[in-house]
Design a protein around this ligand. Sequence first.
Ligand code: AMP
Ligand code: ZN
Length: 112
Amino acid sequence: MSDCLFCKIVEGNIPSSKVYEDDQYYAFNDIGPQAPTHILVVAKRHLDRISSMDDGDCAMIGGLFRTAARICAEKNIEDYRLVINNGAGVGQSVFHIHLHILAGRPMGWPPG
Ligand code: AMP
Ligand code: ZN
């Protein structure tokens, strides 16, 4: 999508601190880190939010988690939190689906 921040990052039109890339996924450091490790994993194909998923998107969403696990294993990070915000009311600010990887500090439960 031409007006989507994360599509522009995936396309290289906006700079990012790349962590991982393959043909379907792109990961980069969050610009406003909420933990010592705060990485965003995005699918290269635009989907705005989890609630827009249909059955054809299941593999793509599964791949987000698989990619996150691969990145963490590569970095020897054993304990991490994976977060997807769905909707502005719970903090979604970029409407291109992305998985937050948060690690490197104690985390409370429930999340705030
Ligand atoms: P969310 O609030 O779940 O939609 O997450 C969006 C995340 O994108 C936030 O944690 C922002 O800090 C992050 N973000 C926004 N712009 C950029 C950018 N240009 N590069 C890296 N991360 C960004
Ligand atoms: Zn997009």
